[in-house]
Design a protein around this ligand. Structure first.
Ligand code: HEC
Ligand code: HEC
Ligand code: HEC
Length: 435
């Protein structure tokens, strides 16, 4: 009983406030509320509890961030109803509490394992990959058993999940069997014996429960992650400060120049553990990934994830600049007026804790193949993970009211093409789409 009670108390402090709520109506309702992420101070260490399967299940569910996707603003934990806007329609996460009707209370462990491993629900229907089963398939049987035990212990909530809004033919779930045949390989993670135990643990978490590729890998025209370009940068729809839904880009996480070449393994581990490192602070959708998931993992696990991410071979998708000096000059002046005081004329910024900004030279956000996240931070500012961890930066202020679409495009182009950075020029039309 005591363990259960404690678990609930911890759950309540989880960031339900910052969940992804992607339907236009709820986005408007949300507009009045500050989109903060309430995260606990990082625990000194949250080792995977050795002897308590329920606590282990909770730890694994945290690594999978089930809570963020399955809890709607103001709703009961895990009762679903979070909307995911995709190119194929809006999909709502389901109720995964132990309610026998609205939730999955009547499911057997076998049925749960099949959903996670194959993307097929108890009644045999196919699930859509907005549920990241293409990543969760890598989770081991043992870990799935423990996640199931934990999910079973979540109090029942009778709230049914809303029906998906998808047009023909995408509303035909049986089509997913074709999709799966084309793009999906079911099966648990297989260790690479040439690599260290630490690397394998990191790969298991990043590719499996962490589902980092869901946002950081490009997808093909049918929404499948492109394996040959894995982790080189993706795009998706999510909330911007103020609550509207706009495009975001998950940056290139490979060791390409436009990716994480300038980050050390320690930088990546610190970022996943605290929300900031010597290179950057999280300011967008990463606030929920870090606030609700990775910061609660043990130091060993975040370090293992960093070791794996740092080992990713470079995939370069951002071109070197071909712009002449004249074309850069418009951005140069705007940069000096609006950015240079914090990011410095050199673009080198400063370390966290200072009054200045993060380095833009070698920044993965500045150079991402798709510039959406760069445009978003200029228009809407940053939202540093709260409570602001010691020694982080202050969050960057929104400049959208001070700058026209042409201005934002010029200054964004400047930071992508100056100082040896990479990235195609940004157009005013791309900026207008993010307003
Ligand atoms: C990125 C968002 C996301 C994450 C993270 C996520 N889910 Fe889901 N999940 C969904 C969506 C969306 C659906 C509904 C898919 C559909 O309707 O086809 C779903 C469906 C499910 C289902 C099928 C339920 C049913 O009624 O058929 C199960 C089981 C499930 N999720 C469990 C989990 C668990 C356990 C975790 C954490 C390890 C998790 N999910 C993490 C988005 C997510
Ligand atoms: C919901 C989508 C999403 C998921 C899941 C996700 N990321 Fe991100 N990631 C982003 C976005 C968007 C950014 C851009 C900056 C931000 O949001 O703060 C980013 C940025 C980053 C950065 C670079 C930060 C910078 O400022 O240059 C790193 C490192 C990173 N993510 C690692 C990870 C890892 C490791 C995982 C898996 C545990 C992960 N991400 C999962 C969306 C995501
Ligand atoms: C008042 C100081 C300040 C000004 C002015 C400012 N920034 Fe920032 N910027 C920051 C801080 C602090 C961060 C890191 C924390 C955060 O993400 O909010 C940051 C982060 C960024 C990032 C993300 C870097 C990364 O890799 O994660 C980019 C890109 C950026 N700024 C571009 C700009 C541009 C372009 C301008 C001018 C249009 C600008 N900034 C103006 C302080 C500032």
């Amino acid at each position: 009983m005591m363990t259960l009670f404690k678990m609930q108390a911890t759950l309540a402090t989880f960031a339900v406030a910052g969940t992804l709520v992607l339907s236009p109506t709820s986005a408007q309702e949300q507009a009045a509320q500050p989109a903060t992420v309430t995260a606990e101070e990082p625990a000194a260490a949250t080792p995977e509890p050795a002897n308590d399967p329920l606590a282990r299940g909770k730890y694994l569910a945290t690594a999978g961030n089930c809570m963020t996707c399955h809890t709607r603003e103001g709703g009961a934990p895990f009762a679903g109803g979070v909307a995911f806007k995709t190119d194929f329609g809006t999909i709502y996460s389901t109720n995964i509490t132990s309610d026998p009707k609205a939730g999955i209370g009547s499911w057997t462990q076998e049925q749960f394992v099949r959903a996670m491993r194959e993307g097929v629900r108890a009644n045999g229907e196919h699930l859509y990959p907005a549920f990241p089963y293409p990543s969760f398939t890598k989770v081991s049987d043992e870990d799935l058993g423990e996640i199931f035990a934990y999910v079973k212990s979540i109090p029942a909530a009778a709230t049914p999940s809303p029906a998906n809004e998808m047009g023909f033919p995408f509303n035909q779930r049986q089509l997913m069997s074709v999709w799966n045949a084309l793009f999906f390989d079911a099966g648990a993670f297989k260790a690479d014996t040439k690599q260290s135990t630490e690397w394998n643990r990191g790969a298991y978490l990043v590719e499996g429960l962490g589902h980092c590729g869901a946002c950081h890998s490009p997808r093909n025209f049918l929404g499948a992650e492109q394996a040959d370009q894995a982790m080189s940068g993706g795009v998706f729809q999510d909330k911007v400060p103020g609550g509207a839904i706009r495009q975001w880009s998950g940056v290139n996480l490979t060791s390409a120049e436009s990716g994480l070449k300038s980050w050390t393994t320690e930088d990546i581990a610190a970022y996943l553990k605290t929300g900031h490192s010597n290179r950057s602070a999280s300011f967008g959708p990463m606030n929920e990934v870090i606030g609700n998931s990775t910061r609660h993992l043990s130091d060993e696990d975040t370090l293992a994830m960093a070791v794996y991410v740092k080992s990713l071979a470079p995939i370069e998708r951002s071109p070197k600049s071909t712009m002449d000096d004249k074309a850069l000059r418009a951005g140069d002046t705007l940069y000096t007026i609006h950015c240079g005081t914090c990011h410095l004329p050199t673009g080198l910024g400063d370390k966290p804790g200072s009054e200045l900004g993060a380095p833009l030279v070698g920044s993965a956000v500045a150079q991402a193949p798709d510039p959406s996240s760069l445009i978003n931070i200029i228009l809407y500012g940053g939202q540093v993970l709260t409570p602001v961890p010691q020694k982080s930066w202050k969050s960057m202020k929104a400049l959208g009211d001070n700058l026209s679409d042409e201005d934002v495009a010029a200054v964004a182009t400047y930071v992508r093409t100056n100082w040896g950075n990479r990235g195609a020029p940004v157009t005013a039309a791309q900026v207008a789409q993010q307003r």
